[in-house]
Design a protein around this ligand. Structure first.
Ligand code: SF4
Ligand code: SF4
Length: 405
């Protein structure tokens, strides 16, 4: 398709990325087949092809209104459309470039801006979020239903091993996960210790920046990315082998650091270095297989691969394959490619769509009567747990249960 970016994005790296993506699209519509929101509404504008048209219009300087914004807001950013596109259209890069342009062309009502500001203010500061969550848990009964399930008391993290091996990797502390489920990082550290790797959190790094970047402040998301790049480059220089992010949504955003800072001459090269160093723990454990020292308490599991593990890094089956080597019995899951509706802050901002998608996902995951559901992203974990009849946890916690002494 012909495309010519106009306005402030013309002749920028972001504009060039958008132009390249738009030119690759041939409007065949095959992507609609895997788009969760198109499946829900059947509206062309709630599918990737329609959204590409909307984004093209605004990037070429045509006026954008609330209608365009509404259909773009409904996009989960799940990238399922990219998996069925025969032309290799990099939809999510276009989406990242176009969303602020749409918000600029169609300013949001103050209530929407306030909600997005509140999400950023609360969620991206781990200490602030921990305090807020422990206060909110005391009045959980009065919280809105979309928040209530997210305020469950966290599991105890248990002991964390002291560094004692020659090999070292850096672990993302995180923001929401650090406050809501500190047991995940602790389990990750014990599992890595069992295979001879010290996993150490980098004190200067908290949030990855995704929540800010995708919720109204790309500038704040970039500032957080720069802070993390400074800290992680120092770690890599000092001998850390990799940056480990066990929240697949955070890992996906860090993999995009190179693109989001492509226009920054001071950070572009180091952003690409960090993006290339980030790993999901399953990648490390594939190369360093852990050994089970006991049988699982709940062997029959459903493993939900988040979109951020499936679409991009193509690691969808890796956690289930690893778990099978450790005595677990992962059950087959239908429609595994469809998003659960969590998608960062999407479940807070688009609860109707998020809840419909979750209902279908929970039905699919429990079809094989698992004893528990395992996943790879804190957002999916909390979202599914609110509606699941069986416990939901991170797969690394299940591995920890059978390999740590
Ligand atoms: S499948 Fe790819 S080329 Fe076809 S409409 Fe969708 S994005 Fe465009
Ligand atoms: S990212 Fe997901 S929700 Fe958005 S258009 Fe693509 S498939 Fe649909």
């Amino acid at each position: 398709m012909r495309a010519k970016i106009a306005g402030p994005l013309a002749n920028t790296a972001a504009g060039a990325i958008a132009e390249q993506v738009l030119r690759a699209c041939v409007h065949c519509g095959m992507c609609n087949a895997t788009c969760p929101t198109y499946q829900l509404t059947g509206d062309e504008l709630d599918g990737p092809r329609g959204r590409i048209y909307l984004m093209k219009q605004v990037l070429e300087g045509e006026p954008a209104g609330r209608l365009s914004q509404t259909h773009l807001d409904r996009c989960l950013g799940c990238r399922a459309c990219e998996t069925t596109c025969p032309s290799g259209v990099d939809y999510h890069s276009l989406y990242d470039v176009a969303r602020p342009a749409v918000d600029q062309a169609a300013p949001r009502p103050w209530k929407e801006r306030l909600v997005r500001w509140a999400i950023r203010a609360a969620f991206v500061h781990p200490r602030r979020l921990s305090i807020l969550m422990s206060l909110a848990r005391r009045v959980r009964f009065a919280a809105p239903s979309s928040l209530r399930g997210k305020l469950a008391a966290p599991r105890s993290p248990g002991p964390t091993p002291a560094p004692r091996h020659g090999r070292r990797m850096s672990l993302l502390h995180g923001c929401v996960q650090a406050a809501a489920a500190p047991a995940i990082n602790a389990a990750n550290r014990r599992v890595f210790d069992s295979v001879g790797i010290d996993l150490v959190e980098t004190p200067a790094v908290g949030c990855c920046g995704a929540l800010s970047f995708h919720n109204g402040s790309q500038a704040e998301g970039r500032a957080i990315a720069r802070r993390n790049i400074d800290a992680w480059c120092a770690e890599l220089d000092a001998g850390s082998e990799a940056i480990v992010a066990n929240a697949s949504g955070c890992a996906a955003f860090i993999r995009d650091y190179g693109d989001i800072l492509a226009d920054d001459p001071h950070y572009a090269a180091r952003a690409r270095r960090v993006a290339g160093a980030v790993k999901d723990p399953v990648e490390i454990l594939k190369a360093n297989p852990p050994k089970a020292v006991r049988a699982p308490l709940s062997a029959r599991v459903a493993v939900h691969p988040p979109c951020t593990l499936r679409n991009g890094p193509e690691l969808a089956d890796a956690p289930a394959e690893l778990l099978a080597t450790l005595g677990f019995e992962p059950q087959p899951i239908r429609d595994a490619h469809l998003c659960c509706g969590s998608a960062g802050a999407y479940s807070l901002l688009q609860p109707k769509f998020a809840n419909e998608l979750r209902k279908a996902k929970v039905e699919a995951l429990t079809g094989g009567e698992p004893q528990e559901i395992l996943t790879a992203n804190i957002g999916c974990m909390m979202h599914l747990a609110e509606a699941s009849p069986v416990p939901v946890r991170h797969w690394i916690e299940a591995v920890d249960e059978v390999v740590s002494r």
